[in-house]
Design a protein around this ligand. Structure first.
Ligand code: SF4
Length: 751
């Protein structure tokens, strides 16, 4: 299985972060407090909580677990994200009388709404009513089906979140939605790694991470670009602890020297818990939006200095001549200006890559959530092709995923722009699925998540079904989102808890449907991790909530009511039946039909995709991409601002202060150089203004690249222009150009 070699050194002082035991006096989270808090929060349902931890697959990030173990290391696999999410699975239902008048609830923050408890029954609210009334499942489903039937399929939009959502829900939902006559089903992958899918598919013919986590350990070099796994995938830091011991060098390219990526105390490892681990050997602090310039500059150096594998390039790739020609007209002066670093930094990075026999390149939202997200990804892949860092041990291209359900979301076909298996919506593929499923599958692209909002705003959407998720806190421009939501005649929110978007007044009708968690689903369910491991999470015995139902069942029941003539064709006897259908529909998932019990899993495609440089492209070669520099016009004196995630899971904020950075939610991270120039100290109130809106916060001096700022999402969502989206994937750009002002004297700081 490629697990970590147990012959590694017992202690390795060279990698210690501090000689002070337990990092006393250092800015770091208190993981033991998290453990205690989780214990206290779940003590009313402690036995069930323990069974979830020990028998379930984690519903947090996309590393993937089998209970509290994994396939990369032998030690315990558990983190504070999982502990914080645990309560969502163990809490009791709230009294639905609370929803009789939502006036009070509208004033509550998302976290307070969540903490009320689980949604137990279907509820309906009609225009003019102060709140929701309980209804039966049949009444709720008949109401929705009637509206869908009397509308046209192009006026229906369906969105699924990715936290905890298993493959079975995605697959059944997309099949049901396509049976209802539309491809307008999208999921959270749209706003995270959709540009990665485009970039990888076009360049090397695969649309997922090519390697395994275990390839980090013992690789010469692991590079993180626009990625902060210390925050988002905490147990991955334990993998890096082992990688450092095996001699792996770690490089981080980012606009902020993320403290957690610098030093990390792995709480469940004695050596690291006491002395910490120095993770990143070399930071490259680039501008927000300067990645292409930095990566292209690095590539230019590698090509000029011959730090490339000529044989690999000649035998397994095409298109380098065009790339060379394009780079020839990108001067270092231009590259330095956009990257925000001197040529010597590009040379240093080129040297590290050029001297590495093996390397894994990892990237996240700092790369994808740009207007030029696809090109950012292609620039990374180009570097991967310099020395064949793909398809062999200790090498790989890894768009690391944030949520446990997101890898499978698009692969199952819950995606407006492709069919299951990531197949294009063309004649051949729609014909195949039409034949397979027995009903006509249309080939017109559906609405992506941002396009659903646009359609709603323009009055062109009659029904929105949102399974989990909260557009208000996930998509840019909350005022626009509110307006759009308020114009949709029928909104259906399927969820386990309350969210703010449910409380927007109905244009006509709002229906709430209670969902079951992954642990409550009879037959068990599967998730696909970043390393393409399809893992069964069994049903966990324990209390059940009111009339909550699995989402797959809800979508299927709805489709049967909308298209009674297709009822037999969309029917499933249970989750194992869905898995059998997945295996028939998506050849790479063959094997999923055999997963039944705890511990059952397989890694589709094996440890490596494109193994031995056999690229599944039409010509069998990897393709270089010409990547032009984006046009970024930064007016004199303005800043690039990136939105960041703190102690939160997606839009679910867990703490007001991030233990890794010490930043409060309203912090504006600013470099010392800029702060001194502007006469600012940490704690001073500041106002950021973009063309789109403003954000009031407090300066926090931090090691960010001068000329750049960082602020938390969703607090600063008002700064973002919702119209800026990447060309192919349609991902919103979550960055902005702003001016920074001090509030006028006497003006309230607003924070
Ligand atoms: S690192 Fe991710 S998969 Fe592992 S326990 Fe934490 S949230 Fe779950």
């Amino acid at each position: 299985m490629g697990r970590i070699d147990k012959r590694e050194k017992r202690v390795d002082p060279a990698n210690w972060a501090s000689l002070k035991p337990f990092g006393i006096g250092q800015q770091k989270p208190n993981n033991y407090r998290e453990l205690w808090r989780a214990f206290k929060e779940n003590r009313d349902n402690a036995a069930y909580a323990w069974r979830i931890l020990t028998q379930g697959t984690c519903d947090g990030c996309s590393l993937g677990t089998m209970g509290m173990h994994d396939w990369t290391m032998e030690e315990v696999h558990l983190c504070n994200i999982r502990l914080r999410l645990l309560r969502l699975n163990t809490m009791p239902a709230f009294d639905v009388g609370l929803l009789a008048d939502v006036g009070q609830l509208k004033r509550k923050r998302s976290a307070e709404l969540r903490d009320l408890g689980r949604l137990p029954y279907p509820m309906v609210r009609r225009k003019g009513e102060p709140g929701f009334t309980r209804v039966g499942w049949d009444e709720a489903l008949d109401l929705i089906a009637e509206r869908v039937r009397t509308s046209s399929p192009d006026r229906l939009g369906v969105y699924l979140t990715s936290r905890g959502t298993p493959n079975e829900n995605y697959y059944a939902a997309q099949k049901a939605v396509r049976a209802m006559g539309t491809n307008s089903i999208d999921n959270a992958a749209r706003v995270c790694h959709s540009p990665s899918t485009f970039g990888l598919k076009g360049s090397i013919g695969v649309a997922a991470t090519t390697c395994s986590y275990s390839d980090w350990v013992g690789s010469d070099l692991v590079v993180f670009i626009g990625s902060n796994i210390a925050n988002s995938q905490p147990v991955a830091m334990k993998y890096l602890y082992h990688a450092k011991k095996a001699g792996t060098k770690v490089v981080t390219v980012n606009s902020y020297r993320e403290p957690g990526m610098g030093k990390y105390w792995v709480p469940s490892n004695v050596e690291s818990a006491v002395f910490g681990t120095r993770i990143t050997d070399r930071f490259f602090l680039v501008n927000v939006g300067g990645d292409i310039a930095f990566l292209n500059g690095t590539l230019k150096v590698m090509l000029a200095d011959g730090w490339v594998d000529q044989d690999f390039i000649a035998n397994h790739t095409v298109g380098l001549d065009e790339v060379r020609a394009a780079l020839d007209v990108q001067s270092f002066q231009e590259l330095e200006a956009q990257a925000g670093v001197p040529r010597s930094e590009m040379e240093a990075f080129a040297r590290l890559l050029g001297q590495a026999r093996t390397a894994v390149l990892v990237w996240s939202m700092g790369i994808t959530q740009h207007e030029f997200g696809e090109d950012n990804v292609r620039a990374i892949i180009n570097l991967g092709l310099t020395r064949g860092f793909v398809g062999r041990d200790k090498c790989g291209l890894m768009p690391i995923r944030g949520h446990s359900g997101v890898q499978g979301g698009a692969e199952m076909g819950a995606y407006a722009t492709v069919l299951p298996g990531g197949l294009a919506l063309d004649d051949e593929n729609t014909g195949r699925f039409t034949a397979l499923w027995g009903f006509r599958v249309g080939k017109g692209k559906g609405l992506t998540a941002p396009q659903m909002l646009d359609a709603a705003h323009a009055g062109n959407l009659d029904v929105l079904i949102s399974s989990g998720g909260n557009f208000r806190e996930v998509l840019p421009d909350p005022a626009y989102v509110d307006e759009a939501m308020a114009r949709i005649p029928l909104r259906v929110h399927i969820d386990i808890v309350l969210s703010g978007q449910m409380l927007t007044d109905p244009a006509d009708t709002v229906v709430l449907l209670p969902a079951a968690t992954r642990y409550e689903m009879p037959g068990g369910v599967t998730e696909t991790s970043t390393e393409r491991r399809v893992i069964l999470s069994p049903e966990i015995p324990g209390p059940r909530i009111g009339e909550a139902r699995p989402e797959w069942e809800i979508f299927v029941e709805l489709a049967k009511r909308v298209r009674p003539d297709l009822a037999d064709l969309v029917h499933f006897d249970g989750t194992s039946d869905i898995r059998a259908d997945i295996a028939r529909s998506i050849p790479i998932y063959d094997g999923i039909q055999h997963l039944k019990s705890f511990g059952d899993q397989f890694q589709y495609g094996g440890r490596h995709l494109a193994l031995d440089w056999k690229f599944p492209t039409p010509d069998g070669k990897a393709h270089w991409s010409v990547v032009k520099l984006p046009r970024i016009e930064l007016p004199e004196g303005s800043f690039m601002v990136a939105t960041r995630r703190g102690k939160q899971f997606n839009s679910m904020v867990h703490e007001q202060t991030d233990g890794l950075t010490g930043a409060e939610r309203k912090a504006v991270l600013i470099s010392r150089v800029d702060a001194e120039r502007l006469g600012l100290a940490s704690g001073d109130p500041v106002v950021l203004r973009s063309d789109h809106g403003e954000f009031r916060g407090r300066a926090l001096l931090a090691p960010v690249t001068p000329g750049n700022l960082q602020v938390h999402w969703p607090e600063a969502e008002g700064l973002i222009d919702r119209r800026r989206r990447s060309p192919q994937a349609g991902i919103p750009d979550y960055n902005a150009i702003v001016i920074l002002e001090k509030p006028a004297s006497g003006e309230p700081a607003g924070v």
